[in-house]
Design a protein around this ligand. Structure first.
Ligand SMILES: C[S@@+](CC[C@H](N)C(=O)[O-])C[C@H]1O[C@@H](n2cnc3c(N)ncnc32)[C@H](O)[C@@H]1O
Length: 242
C-alpha cells in the first residue's frame, strides 16, 4: 500500500481519482488518500489561510502556520516515513525516470499550493523535493498532485494487469512507444501494417523497435540525442530515415 497524504484546500477535486485504474487501486487498497485541509488548521475566526505578499505585488500567498500544522499532522499520521513534496512550477520537471524511482517510496505528503503560491519558509522548513508537471502555470497544485498519484499508481505491482503492462510505455526505455492498431484490419482505406499480422514475433519486435526509434527521432529529437543506440538500433533508424 502506498499512502498519499494531501495538503489541499480542495480535497473534493481528488474524487476524479476514483475512476479507472486509480479507482481500482483505491478499492483494492493498493493506494490510500488522506486529506489535510489547511483551512481546518487556521487560528482565526474567518478561517483565512492567505495574506498579502510582503514587498507588495498582486495576489495572495498561503500562510506558513496553517500549512505547517497541516503538514505536521500528515507526517504524524503517516505510518511510514513520508517524502514531503511540493508541486510547483519552479520544481524539477517530472519524468518517467523520476516517477519510477519514487514508485519505491511507501508514503508521500503532497502539498498543493493555491493563490500566488506558499510562504517560502514552508519550503525551507519541511519540503524535501519540488516537482513541476511542465513549464506552464496552473491555478493550483491539485491537478499536478493527481498527475503524480496517477503516474506512481500505474507502476505499483498488481495495479496493471499483464494486458496493460507499463513496460512498453513511452519513456520507459528512453523512447516513445511504437504505433498501435486494433480491429478492423482496414478502415477508411487505411490498412494495418502487414508485419503485425505475419505472426513472425521477431519481425514484429524489429518493426516496433524501428517505429519507436523513428517516431522518437521525429517527435522528440532531444530524447534520441540523450540515448546511446546499439548498432542494430542505429541501422534500424537509418533505414527508417531513408
Ligand atoms: C498560480 S500557481 C503559483 C505560481 C507562482 N506564482 C510562480 O510563478 O511560481 C499556484 C499553485 O499551483 C501549483 N502549480 C501551478 N503550476 C504548476 C506546475 N506546472 N507544476 C506543479 N504545480 C503547479 C503550485 O502548487 C502553486 O503553488
Amino acid at each position: 500500500m502506498v499512502a498519499f497524504h494531501l495538503i489541499t484546500l480542495f480535497p473534493e477535486m481528488f474524487s476524479a481519482l476514483s475512476s479507472g485504474i486509480t479507482g481500482r487501486a483505491l478499492t483494492q487498497k493498493l493506494i490510500s488518500l488522506d486529506f489535510y485541509n489547511p483551512r481546518d488548521f487556521t487560528k482565526n475566526k474567518q478561517k483565512r489561510v492567505d495574506d498579502a505578499p510582503y514587498g507588495g505585488g498582486p495576489g495572495m500567498v498561503m500562510q506558513y502556520q496553517p500549512l505547517h500544522d497541516a503538514i505536521s499532522q500528515a507526517k504524524a499520521a503517516a505510518t511510514q516515513n513520508p517524502l514531503v513534496i511540493y508541486l510547483s512550477p519552479q520544481g524539477k520537471p517530472l519524468t518517467q525516470e523520476i516517477i519510477r524511482t519514487l514508485s519505491q517510496q511507501k508514503s508521500f505528503v503532497l502539498i498543493a499550493g493555491r493563490y500566488e503560491g506558499i510562504d517560502e519558509r514552508v519550503i525551507q522548513k519541511t519540503v524535501e523535493a519540488e516537482y513541476s508537471i511542465g513549464d506552464y502555470v496552473l491555478s493550483g497544485g491539485e491537478l499536478p498532485a493527481m498527475v503524480f498519484i496517477d503516474a506512481i499508481t500505474r507502476l505499483l505491482p498488481g495495479v496493471l494487469g499483464d494486458e496493460t503492462s507499463s513496460a512498453h510505455d513511452s519513456f520507459e526505455n528512453g523512447l516513445l512507444e511504437y504505433p498501435q492498431y486494433t480491429r478492423p484490419e482496414t478502415i477508411d482505406g487505411m490498412r494495418v501494417p502487414a508485419v503485425l499480422q505475419s505472426g513472425d514475433h521477431a519481425a514484429i519486435q524489429r518493426y516496433r523497435l524501428q517505429q519507436s526509434l523513428g517516431r522518437t527521432w521525429q517527435k522528440r529529437p532531444d530524447l534520441i540525442k540523450k540515448r546511446v543506440l546499439s548498432e542494430e538500433e542505429q541501422l534500424l533508424l537509418k533505414m527508417y530515415i531513408e
